[in-house]
Design a protein around this ligand. Sequence first.
Ligand code: NDP
Ligand code: PYC
Length: 342
Amino acid sequence: MGVFENEETVALPIHEVFALSCRVLTGAGLSTAHAEAVARALTAGERDECASHGLYRLPGCVMTMRSGKMSLDAEPVIEDVSPALVRADAGHAYSLLAFERAAPLLVEKAKAVGVAALVINNCFHFSALWPEIEHLTGMGVAALAMTPSHSWVAPAGGKRGLLGTNPIAFGWPRPGAQPYVFDFATSAVARGDMSLHDIAGKPIPEGWGVDAEGRPTTSARAALDGAMLTFGGHKGSALSTMIELMAGPLIGDLTSRESMAFDDGTKAAPMHGELILAFDPAIMGGGDPAANAARAEALFSAFADQGARLPSERRYAARARSLERGVRTPKVLYDQILALGL
Ligand code: NDP
Ligand code: PYC
């Protein structure tokens, strides 16, 4: 429950999270195919207790749809560019359907040539990356994904928004076990989490943001109005810049600053591109994939040996709980969804 610990909640079975999301999205005019792809992502986020990218996003999705900038029904156009490259043009619709439609060709290519890339262009992007990464590890490949956002984040040494919250996610398929997956913003925290602190009226830790004058702040509102900070100082700043370049100009799409200019004050989700790479362990590892996989497992076991946990272990535990008992959504967020009247 995170920042809403001890607040009133509403109990929902998982299938109702999906149904509610579909109802709201189609009620606001989104095509069924897009609505179901978006609802799958929101339901996964709620199920895995990733509050910043679960049901909380639904009002923002509707706001984006009403911005006048988005296509509510564009069919993704998938192009087989070369033996190792797939391009999906989302046509100014949400990114998720484009990913789902292009993923089989990406994996087919990775399994044919060892490594392949999926470029998604012209997409509105609001989702966590781990559902896509898990989709790909489930098809037997290792995967790396990245995307810019809006220019809310100051570079190390600066105090004004320039970079996005720019998430990067990686997944490693594990025979007989849930995949190793990490997925995090290159800002100290996702903007969604900062906004949840604002809604809950909770202070933020030092190091998450600065106010409009560039002074350190523990007020979520002041940091949202000022600038967010990167994680790890200059290291997060450089990683974030790499994401701007690799999932921006490299793939012929917008940087976070350009996405913010495109938005022009409508407060819609960022609109830009996404880069996803897939690696086939059988081809890349040479002779003995089973031995390579076993060496990876030895690395993972050594975490537990010293009491450390792997990224995604919290998520997988939350998933098991939610599948058994349903989810508990903070009432304040549920009420925001009902207030849409859809
Ligand atoms: P966190 O800082 O919470 O980091 C999340 C990652 O770190 C998860 O993989 C998490 O695993 C892992 N992790 C956390 N604590 C530990 C620990 N003690 N030991 C090992 N691993 C740990 O998340 P962020 O706020 O940075 O990002 C949250 C989400 O926001 C991401 O899913 C990201 O994709 C999304 N996002 C999307 C953007 C977009 O433009 N589309 C922009 C920015 C963020 P676990 O989940 O199991 O705790
Ligand atoms: O939480 O930083 C964020 C975010 C940006 C776009 C989608 N999520």
